[in-house]
Design a protein. Structure first.
Length: 62
């Protein structure tokens, strides 16, 4: 029983972090998501809606 627990501990401790290819894939995914988000936010329809929301928020009475 003790040997099984020891082997599990050793297996969990061998994690050395991400390798370079995993970092690269993460960066590519983040850049892709940022590009899609930028395209959506700068589109005419979304931009007009965001401007309308900001105008209403600034003109609201407290």
């Amino acid at each position: 029983m003790y040997q099984k627990i020891q082997r599990m501990r050793n297996a969990l401790r061998r994690d050395e972090g991400m390798v370079t290819s995993e970092y690269a894939m993460g960066i590519i995914a983040a850049v892709g998501f940022a590009a899609v988000l930028y395209a959506v936010v700068t589109s005419g329809e979304v931009s007009a809606e965001l401007q309308d929301i900001v105008k209403r928020a600034l003109s609201a009475r407290m």
